[in-house]
Write a protein that binds this ligand. Structure first.
Ligand SMILES: Cc1cc2nc3c(=O)[nH]c(=O)nc-3n(C[C@H](O)[C@H](O)[C@H](O)COP(=O)(O)O)c2cc1C
Length: 347
């Protein structure tokens, strides 16, 4: 009350001086903008709570991420070209110790992450025949490898590395998918079949991610009342939100990351996943529209409550999904000239 009275009288006092009035308006805008920097504080708190691995925390989320992170160093090391040399002392030890923790926690040995770890350890042990570890490290490495590999007696289902497959003749299809994909804001009242959604999500899961940790999570909403509640927190769906019978919320699990140096990875990884998903949906005749998640921390918390989202998941974006109505229009949305965003260095 006092603040608005004070500001009102300042506005009145500077009215006869247009240049002062402009500067005052700029200043007010900047103060509002600067105040939003406080939002970073909630990111810091979130990172401190969830982006941290420790031996004391053997939850599935952290253990599986750490296991992927460590054995990925070995699986990619096995593919490095050029003269072969010994590599991977620390990651092989770390992977073996994580495999042991996995076993102690009783997690499934049929889990794709565990199977991947074991198949990598097996390939790494074979590679040691060619490029042995030094005499000091060899006994420990072999002892750990033997004990891990004796955990599974099953015949290997997969092997790593594999030959790279080059894609031929798909440019036309891919370019058409990219051209035809548009943000659609007019949807028919046909419900999206869940199996189709499942298929598209499975394809999108092939997206790259930092050390293959696949931190993305997808929450699927099909209940009209819940969709309405979720959309009420988002500022970019007016005029078409009510037409949606499927809403996705794409999140990233912060527990996949070891510390705050990885603070951007949730957005990068889940963003790549989102793009693949959008194209996979388009390839199946479904339309979509990304819906920004540029909200204040209290709105984010409310979305977590309404959407039953775990607190360790960061919302990356909402995604509207559906069949475009037959008469749907899309804006042309021109793209910048390629030359304006591409810089060729050193040529
Ligand atoms: C992260 C992100 C957030 C977006 N948020 C919204 C939104 O809230 N509402 C909306 O109608 N469109 C939204 N869009 C869609 C963009 O407006 C659209 O992608 C852009 O204008 C290009 O058009 P096109 O997707 O049809 O090629 C968003 C897109 C992205 C990538």
């Amino acid at each position: 009350m006092l603040k608005s009275m004070l500001l009102g009288s300042v506005d009145w006092a500077v009215k006869p001086f247009p240049s002062v009035q402009h500067r005052l308006t700029d200043w007010k805008t900047n103060v509002k903008r600067w105040a939003k920097l406080k939002y970073f504080a909630s990111d810091v708190v979130h990172a401190k709570r969830f982006m941290f691995w420790s031996e004391r925390d053997s939850s599935y989320a952290k253990l599986s991420s750490e296991l992927l992170f460590q054995f990925h160093k070995l699986e990619k090391g096995l593919c490095i070209p050029g003269k072969k040399r010994f590599f991977g002392r620390d990651p092989v030890i770390a992977t073996c110790l994580l495999v042991k923790r996995w076993q102690e926690r009783g997690f499934s040995m049929q889990d794709p992450v565990f199977i991947g770890a074991v198949e990598t350890l097996r390939a790494y042990r074979t590679r040691l025949d060619e490029t042995p570890a030094n005499a000091e490290d060899a006994p420990l490495i072999h002892r750990l490898l033997s004990s891990c590999l004796s955990l599974t007696t099953e015949a290997p289902q997969f092997s790593t590395p594999q030959a790279h497959r080059r894609t031929e003749g798909a440019a036309d299809v891919f370019d058409r998918l990219c051209r035809d994909r548009r943000s659609v804001r007019s949807y028919a009242s046909i419900v999206v079949p869940l199996p189709l959604l499942h298929e598209a999500i499975a394809t999108a899961q092939l997206s790259p991610s930092a050390c293959n940790r696949q931190p993305w999570r997808v929450h699927v909403y099909r209940d009209a009342a819940q969709i309405k509640q979720m959309l009420a927190l988002q500022n970019g769906n007016s005029g078409f939100g009510h037409l949606l019978s499927t809403l996705l919320v794409i999140c990233a699990d912060s527990r996949s990351f070891f510390d705050a140096s990885e603070r951007h990875e949730p957005y990068v990884d889940a963003g790549l996943f989102a793009m693949s998903l959008i194209l996979a949906l388009q390839a199946r005749g479904l339309a979509s529209c990304c819906l920004n998640w540029c909200v204040a921390p209290d709105v984010d918390a409310e979305a977590h409550a309404r959407g039953e989202l775990p607190e360790h998941e960061k919302v990356i974006m909402y995604l509207a999904v559906g069949y475009a109505s037959p008469d749907a229009l899309v804006p042309r949305s021109p793209r910048r000239d390629v030359g304006s965003m591409m810089t060729i260095h050193g040529a």
